[in-house]
Ligand binder design. Sequence first.
Ligand code: ZN
Ligand code: ZN
Length: 370
Amino acid sequence: MSVRIRAAVAWEAGAKLSIEEFDLDDPRDDEILVRVEATGVCHTDESSRLGLLPVVYPIILGHEGSGTVEAAGKDVTRVKAGDKVLFTPDYCGTCEQCVLGYTPYCEQAIPVTFTGTRPDGSPRAHAAGGRPVRASFFGQSSFATHSLVTERNIVPVPRDAPLHYLAGFTCGVQTGAGVMLNAIGVAPHQTVAVFGTGAVGLAAVMAAHASGAREIVAVDRVRHRLDLALELGATQAVDTTGQELADVTAQVVRAAGKGGADAILDTTGNPQVILAAVNSAAKHGTISVITSSGKDVTIPPGALLVTGRTLRGTMGGHINPTVFIPRLLDLHAQGRFPVDRLVKNYPFAEVNTAIADSLSGATIKPVLTF
Ligand SMILES: [Zn+2]
Ligand SMILES: [Zn+2]
């Protein structure tokens, strides 16, 4: 038996996403069939479509899904039909990193995320004629009317939860918030700078604000994003348009006070911006990178040495989603994490437009609805 679904498939690297009908397997004993109601669009979908990540085709993309449980296998105990869930990126659940609670660093991250099959190699979906189609991208492939997930990669939410914007919670938003709240752990007396105010950066701004940071400096070249950052808790904005990065650094240091910022997030991956971020840090400040352009960063050791600064990497917010996502939802319920301000909804049929608007920066966080 199977379920007939409509899903956005990438037939090969570089091909435009095409919405077509497929047969999705019935849930196995450990799987949950979810009718997808909303799914966020993220730059990782586009990098995967283009073949810049180790994806295997054909594959159904989408990795920030949410919806209503329709059926569950006999081993599933956490949810039942009718429950609402957010999907998180999948992980193996048994390696040392997963057991420690750092699931974004899972030893099996590449196969679990990009191969698009179950651990036993089966594809979860088929096209007409029986051709296998991979439907386990990030353990979910949620650019689809239905997804199969497991208890590992869901977070139950209340039945009245506004999925049309909460769907964007579980990847970039969790990353930006996790850097501030979890990886660095910003304290109320500290100062923060955020380089790049897309969805990840704005999530970091909101999280820093929620944690009571004294100054929050937003840095970007797009004015409307800086204006939104100021509304969401940034205390100062630095517009980099037409500026030398040395001047940007001087402005951030001045704005942060105390000789620089204690906690800095770079969301750009740009080597020059990362160097500017390092030079904007206070003594003993921490600078986190969360993405890579693939290009080398040149940093004189003295920029870290005489200041006691730490440059670190943070994957997926450095969190366990089962614990962290409910905390973010709680902050949201208190009005202290207004993620809805980042989101614009698009009907599923406009998936390619939503991706284009995300890349151009016209929309900060597109969320598809079904
Ligand atoms: Zn993502
Ligand atoms: Zn693992």
